[in-house]
Design a protein around this ligand. Sequence first.
Ligand SMILES: Cc1ncc(COP(=O)(O)O)c(C=O)c1O
Length: 390
Amino acid sequence: MTDTTLLHRTPALQSRLPAVGTTIFTVMSALAQETGAVNLGQGFPDFNCDPALPALVSAAMAEGLNQYPPMTGVPALRQRVAQKIEALYGHRYNPDTEITVTAGATQAILTAVLACVHPGDEVVVLEPCYDSYSPNIELAGGRVVRVPLTPGSFRPDFGLIAAALTPRTRLLIINSPHNPSATAWTADEMNQLAALLAPTDVLLLADEVYEHMVYDGAPHVSASSIPSLAARSFVVSSFGKTFHVTGWKIGTVAAPAPLMAEFRKVHQFNVFTVSTPMQHGLARYLADPQPYLGLPAFYQRKRDLFLQGLQATRLKPLHTQGSYFQLVDYSAVSSLPEAEFCQWLTREVGVAAIPLSAFYAGGFEQKLARLCFAKADDTLQLALQRLRKL
Ligand SMILES: Cc1ncc(COP(=O)(O)O)c(C=O)c1O
């Protein structure tokens, strides 16, 4: 008789990412749902996109544009993206060799990391940072080198970044506008970075998913707008963020041809390519620049509405220069550590937030929580009404 216990045994798998568990984002979202809290934790809109956009995607489907597109992306979309970058940031990428359409920024970042990081290479990230960077680097066999942004202001400290660079440094990852601190790098800071990297062979990954959310008339300073940075950068964008369709998971990466050639080798055997009708729909939608040119005003109004409401609470808002996040200092309200405070806020006050410590590997505590204002005005008002009771 066969021993089915042995036959059906699942072999033990040695984890490639042993440190990764359930993230705070999953925990907080589940808690928000369970308790009926207003969810300002999750970083995505609770309102719909412009109906013209899904109509264009539906039209593309109805026209029969439903089979594999080219590996690099639909040419019309790559051309539109190249034109947009040139118009906004002054750098001309060749749409055939320097732009690739990806399954969101997430896949673009992983693919760029896998394309250039060899086992043992060092990759510098600036903490606090988006949670996919470190696991991506670890999957490539790289070593994560964490450099803190200046606590309080969250500005880059070029002395610390310079000290972290070694002959083994392959890549630096930056993110502006920044999740979670809502800061945006200035032209002066980007130029300082350019000067720092100029004598090195360090590549740059510029995560610019919030490029169209910079406020108070300030420009978004893209890595593509500074020639010496553009020459060594993968610049990542996200249609999900820009057009309120985060669930579509579609973005782009722009890089000089030699870097893009290596990117595409990995991309080809990773996702190969991205949804055809969505690419056609987006290409047509991009014919009108107004939807993305109007985005700073759209979100600045929400930022100001939310900020004004927060003034009537005991939370102290930090300045949001960009992105759709708002940090609040809760030290006048509670002495709890950040994760516990956010759980308490969700359960007892009915507003879900994300602890800033979740964006640091070492769980640095600053009594700061991240709230997302990419929500309908009614959602923001309801949250404010609850926060006023604090
Ligand atoms: C800084 C940052 N990078 C990348 C992403 C992922 O973008 P996408 O949804 O296009 O994969 C996010 C999403 O929250 C983000 O905040």
